[in-house]
Design a protein around this ligand. Sequence first.
Ligand code: ADP
Length: 308
Amino acid sequence: MSELVIDVRGLTKSYGERVVVDHVDMQVERGRIYGFLGPNGSGKTTTIRMLCGLLTPDEGEGSCLGYDLRSQARLIKRQVGYMTQKFGLYEDLSIEENLDFVARVYAVARRRARVGETLDKLGLGSRRAQLAGALSGGWKQRLALAACLIRDPKLLLDEPTAGVDPAARRDFWDQIHALAAAGMTVLVSTHYMDEAERCHQLAYIAYGKLLARGSVEQVVAGADLRTWSVSGADLMRAAALLRQCAGIRTVAPFGATLHVSADNEQAMAAALAQPALQGLRATPIPSSLEDVFIALMQSAHDNYGHAP
Ligand code: ADP
């Protein structure tokens, strides 16, 4: 078995009366990119922070990077690079000055050399003199990553960043994959399906509970969902009718068609047999990760009866 960087059981956190993370168990292997998905406010950030000693759980136990989550949180924190939602660097310092500053604060050994190496590693060398405040979202993200990496962390946490264009995001993910291939473990919270599909492992959290986990293939297979691409006339009316049918889990517009997911073939056949829905064409398609997440979110609403 590969080395477990994170191995925790029963992590629980409440704020006031509200249980925000509810008995989460999780194992993460070294060099894996682990993606956390789920509705806003469902406890992803709180879970990630507890996993790496940044927040003390109310209940639960385990280890991160070989250290005990409760008694050795300080040692864990030192080895964690945390890319927060907010750009935390100085806008009126240059890229190089920012990195030098971070290296001083954390007393990084061989400081000057390390700043140079980090600039090169992230392709920031030619922009070293640019002020951080003048950078686009994508370059700011790259600088934030450099500021984490200069401390040589073993575990990287990444929260979603607004204002990064798709090409820059793709570059960022190439960097993340290169880091993981070199042994870094990465925990990433994301709303984007294409990013989720690039993770080695996924955890879907809704209202504090871990509802699904595994590789993309495992999560899709585990949902046991049948999906069809449906076309025909007046699809908006058809969508409204399909949503009322027993066994139909989700109905979502996809371009000029609907993606309809159901518990099984019989439920779909019964739905399409209704007189009002005659004439629709339904072609079976493999369920995508997005279909599965829409269904998971839907059933979480049903189970809890309220949005967060
Ligand atoms: P996510 O990352 O999935 O968006 P979070 O883990 O940030 O969710 O938050 C989960 C819930 O816990 C939210 O309802 C949030 O408002 C609440 N919460 C998070 N941090 C605190 C805090 N320090 N005090 C009170 N409530 C908090």
